[in-house]
Design a protein around this ligand. Structure first.
Ligand code: ATP
Length: 350
């Protein structure tokens, strides 16, 4: 996984005076699962439309395997799009849908069927689906058929436009893992867009985070989780505790609003900014436990999140969020000690 298969150089897209996408430089490696994530209106759809050839950039170049493709129409690009709306033929059979690209290529009938059944197997659908109508399939099955059809095109890059967003939570979670597994097994490059960073984290080798038409951070899920480039990225990842701080000395930061002191993350060059501590990085401490900083508080709310529990703890004028495994012996109204270690926090300059 080293060759660059997709490269964007200074790509911009304007609609009249409106700048939808700006100064995009990006490269995706062959065989990579790459995800563009951003809130509504951040420019994801605009990007993917340019990548598949439904739209042209206003400025900059898009290269696929080193070739400039700005003027190459969608049907002549080595890519295929898997839509949120699926775009399957509902009244045709699953087999006919998957064979459609093979038919376009003029493959013999027998070969088409063999390949379609191979693809069904790859997507964990039994051979009996071959003659089933798409209209008789469930949402999750249709999603698999759409992917099988996209793979039948044998593209170098598959683009996905929020394919799972209409599905219920459990099915989405199953398909996230399946998609990642299929991508790994086929070795194809997947470029995926979603507004859910959580979804991106599960599947992606690397993620680009978009905001207002710009890319604000590119990295592995690990890098983004542990070192968010700014407050936007940190918040986008879910609820966080944020403290506006200024540096007191090499080891301590002072809360500019409350005067409370927090341990400074090691090696941070920042003297003034926002300290971010994730709820799961704060510990509820028993009497003999220690942390670099400890605070006393009272549990105000308790929310069960499946196998985890989130507490809102009042510490003087602040309400802190703490997330732990379920089964902790604390409830609303209890006094608790909580704390975190310096290396469990991130200090950012904005
Ligand atoms: P969502 O998650 O809601 O689909 P998105 O991140 O995909 O959002 P885009 O659809 O790419 O965002 O839109 C980015 C910005 O460009 C938005 O402000 C949108 O209104 C604007 N935009 C997109 N297409 C056009 C168009 N054809 N004409 C004018 N403005 C457009």
């Amino acid at each position: 996984m080293s060759e660059t298969i997709l490269e964007l150089k200074g790509v911009e897209k304007y609609f009249g005076d409106f700048v939808a996408v700006e100064r995009i430089n990006l490269s995706v490696k062959d065989g990579e699962f790459f995800t563009l994530v951003g809130p509504s209106g951040s420019g994801k759809t605009t990007m993917i439309r340019m990548l598949v050839g439904m739209d042209k950039p206003s400025r900059g170049d898009i290269l696929m395997s080193g070739e400039r493709v700005n003027d190459v129409p969608a049907n002549r690009r080595p890519t295929c799009m898997v839509f949120q709306s699926l775009a399957l033929f509902p009244h045709k059979s699953v087999g006919e849908n998957i064979e459609f690209p093979l038919k376009l290529r003029g493959e013999a009938k027998h070969n088409r069927k063999t390949r379609a059944i191979e693809l069904l197997e790859q997507l964990h659908l039994s051979e009996s689906y071959y003659s089933k109508k798409v209209s008789e399939c469930s949402g999750g099955e249709r999603q698999r058929v759409a992917l099988a059809r996209a793979l039948a095109f044998d593209p170098q890059i598959l683009f996905f436009d929020e394919p799972l967003s209409a599905l219920d939570y459990r099915l989405r979670k199953t398909l996230e893992k399946e998609l990642k597994d299929i991508q790994r097994r086929t070795g194809k490059t997947f470029v995926y867009i979603t507004h859910s960073l959580e979804e991106a984290m599960v599947m992606s080798d690397r993620i680009a985070i978009m905001r207002k038409g710009r890319i604000v951070q590119v990295g592995t899920p690990d890098e983004i989780y542990n070192n968010p480039a700014n407050g936007f990225v940190a918040q986008f990842m879910g609820e966080v505790n944020e403290f506006r701080v200024s540096r007191k000395d090499s080891q301590w930061l002072e809360d500019t609003e409350t005067g409370a002191q927090y341990p400074a993350p090691p090696d941070s060059p920042v003297d003034e900014g926002v300290l971010i501590v994730r709820p799961e990085r704060i510990r509820l401490l028993s009497a003999d436990e220690k942390a670099d900083s400890t605070f006393e508080g009272v549990v105000e709310h308790q929310y069960v999140l499946g196998s985890r529990v989130q507490y809102q703890v009042r510490v003087k004028e602040r309400a802190l969020l703490v997330e732990t495994m379920i089964g902790q012996p604390f409830g609303v109204g209890d006094s608790v000690s909580l704390g975190w270690d310096a290396d469990q926090s991130v200090l950012m300059s904005e």
